[in-house]
Ligand binder design. Structure first.
Ligand SMILES: NC(=O)c1ccc[n+]([C@@H]2O[C@H](COP(=O)([O-])OP(=O)(O)OC[C@H]3O[C@@H](n4cnc5c(N)ncnc54)[C@H](O)[C@@H]3O)[C@@H](O)[C@H]2O)c1
Length: 350
């Protein structure tokens, strides 16, 4: 599947800066220049990458960030961010942030983003993932934010969806509390647009991977978990559920960052429109395993475990809509992204 056009692998290469993010603007005039943005979950994997890339493209923009550091890491924080350590559920803090800074765009990444955490703590995670989102929508509406960009998930699609998954063919069939929690944010965005005129965009990310995604949590996704087990075996023991022929649309984190920037830059008017953000290609876990072994030169032998209840068998994004409306296309492919991620693990000290 991904076998074709695999370039030769270099191992032992030091991690260099991530691939350049995005095409430059054609002319100065077409360049939007947001004065202030709010990034929730700015110390998280995606939020951290977003801030780093955003400031390269918009060096003059003031970036305000909030994160409770529950899964976020201090080393993901950018020193130029005006950072508030706290929860999106803290009404007073949210009010203060919006009153103090004239926020133009909100990029909402903060969430309990671990599926199995939402199974163990459905009530708390519903508060963060649903009420937290509504609280930010409300503050955005009250403070006349120009656009609210919401991080949704491919897990809102169920198991029986036709492949590739199209936004219009979504048979909502949640398998986990996380799927419901992420889904609910989408109609809330639409309602806030329709009732209050707040512009909202919902981006459904497929399985995101890339450098700086640590694999040491019991909820880690497969690429970082397997690499963690290879490079830091004390932190993680690799396992695979089922026969390994299940597949995922793995999307490099820079593609997700790029989609967020496009959603902000677009001159179209948005009322909760939903867009898939993936690569459009699915890869079997057995192929990921083989490629990791090949690229690292290490033996990866994940322990076999039975399939998990509700596990989605395959995911694959149809990215036609994002391509047509936002001009989105993946800027880092799977091979390049995997090698870059491996280099980061090789360079990691702890
Ligand atoms: N990683 C993926 O594969 C993926 C796929 C689909 C959707 N998403 C969504 O993308 C977003 C970012 O995910 P990620 O992979 O970077 O996860 P992450 O856990 O690395 O980042 C989430 C951040 O939110 C913070 N946070 C959690 N609860 C908070 C609270 N109450 N108040 C303030 N901050 C809080 C965490 O500390 C963390 O820094 C999430 O909304 C997630 O649901 C991720």
């Amino acid at each position: 599947m991904v076998e074709r056009d695999l370039p030769k692998v270099e191992t032992g290469v030091r991690f260099s800066s991530p691939a350049p993010l995005a095409p430059a603007f054609k002319d100065e005039e077409s360049m939007p220049n947001p004065k202030t943005i709010l990034v929730t979950g700015c110390a998280g994997f995606i939020g951290g990458h977003f801030v780093q890339q955003f400031k390269k493209r918009f060096p003059k923009t003031k970036i305000v960030g909030i994160d409770d550091l529950s899964t976020g890491r201090k080393d993901m924080l950018d020193s130029s961010t005006i950072f508030y350590k706290g929860s999106i559920l803290d009404e007073k803090l949210i009010k203060n942030i919006f009153s103090k800074h004239k926020i133009e765009y909100v990029f909402h990444f903060a969430a309990v983003a671990r599926v199995f955490d939402t199974i163990e703590r459905p009530r708390y995670t519903s508060e963060v993932n649903i009420i937290g989102t509504v609280a930010l929508l409300e503050a955005s509406k009250n403070h006349r934010v120009k656009r609210f960009i919401y991080s949704s998930s491919s897990l809102v699609y169920g198991n029986d969806t036709k492949l590739p998954m199209k936004e219009s063919e979504n048979v909502f069939d949640p398998k986990y509390p996380y799927s419901i929690q992420k889904y609910v944010g989408e109609p809330f965005c639409k309602i806030f647009s329709e009732l209050f005129g707040l512009e909202t965009v919902c981006l459904r990310y497929f399985t995101v991977f890339g450098p700086k995604q640590y694999g040491d949590s019991p909820y880690s996704t497969v690429i970082c978990a397997w690499l963690e087990s290879l490079y830091f075996p004390k932190n993680k023991k690799a396992f695979i559920t089922g026969d390994g022929n299940q597949s995922r649309d793995f999307c490099h984190v820079n593609n997700v960052v790029w989609a967020n920037i496009l959603a902000m830059e677009s001159k179209k008017h948005f009322q909760g429109e939903v867009f898939n953000v993936g690569s459009g290609i699915r890869i079997k876990l057995n192929d990921v395993k083989r490629l990791i072994a090949k690229y690292t030169g290490k033996r990866l032998q994940p322990e076999k475990r039975p399939p998990r209840v509700g596990d989605v068998r395959h995911t694959c994004a149809d990215i036609t809509k994002a391509r047509r409306v936002l001009g989105y296309k993946p800027i880092v492919n799977f091979d390049e992204g995997l090698k870059q991620t491996i280099r980061w693990f090789e360079s990691r000290k702890i």
